[in-house]
Design a protein around this ligand. Structure first.
Ligand code: PAF
Length: 285
């Protein structure tokens, strides 16, 4: 696996790769890689024969400087995992490579997609994500971008970015990878106490039940049943929303949208856990 720290070296390498007509699949990450990330690498590699992964802890998407400082950076084990996964290139830049002095940023109208759910709890977060993903796409110019459905709102916003700037990259929204008991994989799971880890199982169980309920009862009741289930387990809820899967606004009628998803974030042991499920429709659009 090649490791590049500068834009110039990475681009020179990728130009050579393109001459051999290989297509490039790209997975952006902030490191602390787990099985969920590695499944994205697999998808990128199976789709195209050249795979680039970036590890960059992006300062512009953190509201709190302490969170940024404490973000895990286990680079040695990340490199090992990527090598095992047969990743071709790791791009591991310093902030000055991503945000040079002449960097202009990326201001697009997010049409309110960034305001509810995670956006309401993390003001400015999605503007930072859009800025870094646009910059990485400009640098790498991949044929395919692979991102995880676990960050549902993030995927929807990046889909909007690609569409509104007519970028020539294909976005694959990869399925959530779960532990055997259903908990969605996340770098944050290791911060749960044994008791919190047991409680966390209720999160996915509630979403699976919501999917069953969605064909049996009105959506407002699906939502209230889900909230009841999380409350009964003593789980603090940041939000539980049933949304139009593209526009991301809450809906209360299944017929209001072709793609419908339930998205939630809860707080266990002070750890924010995100999860979601598609209740209706096809995510690949
Ligand atoms: O999902 C993440 O890890 C980050 O938000 C991303 C997409 C790598 C941008 O920094």
């Amino acid at each position: 696996m090649y490791i590049f720290k500068t834009v110039a070296a990475l681009q020179a390498h990728l130009n050579e790769i393109r001459k051999t007509h290989q297509q490039i699949g790209f997975v952006p990450t902030m490191g602390a890689l787990h099985q969920g990330h590695l499944s994205l690498v697999d998808i990128a590699r199976n789709k195209h024969n050249y795979t680039v992964v970036s590890i960059f802890v992006n300062p512009t998407q953190f509201g709190d400087a302490k969170d940024l400082d404490h973000y895990p950076r286990p680079i040695e084990s990340d490199i090992f995992k990527l090598q095992q996964q047969q990743c071709d290139v790791l791009f591991w830049p310093e902030p000055s490579e991503i945000y040079p002095k002449n960097h202009k940023g990326c201001k697009i109208d997010l049409k309110g997609l960034h305001l509810n759910m995670e956006g309401a709890f993390r003001p400015g977060h999605f503007e930072g994500v859009v800025e870094v993903v646009k910059r990485l796409l400009d640098i790498i110019e991949p044929d395919t971008l692979v991102m995880g459905q676990k960050d549902y709102q993030q995927c929807a916003i990046i889909r909007h970015l690609i569409k509104s700037l007519q970028l020539s990259v294909n976005l694959i929204q990869a399925p959530i990878v779960r532990e055997k008991d259903g908990l969605a994989m996340s770098s944050r799971n290791i911060r749960l106490s044994p008791e919190g880890r047991r409680k966390a199982v209720r999160l996915s169980a509630t979403l699976f039940q919501a999917k069953k309920n969605a064909v049996l009862m009105p959506l407002h009741q699906v939502k209230s049943e889900a909230i009841k289930s999380l409350n009964e387990a003593g789980i603090a809820i940041d939000y539980f929303e049933i949304i139009d899967g593209l526009q991301l606004h809450s809906i209360d009628n299944f017929e209001q949208a072709d793609l419908v998803a339930a998205c939630t974030t809860v707080n266990i042991d002070g750890v924010r856990l995100l999860d979601n499920i598609i209740l209706k429709g096809n995510k690949d659009r």
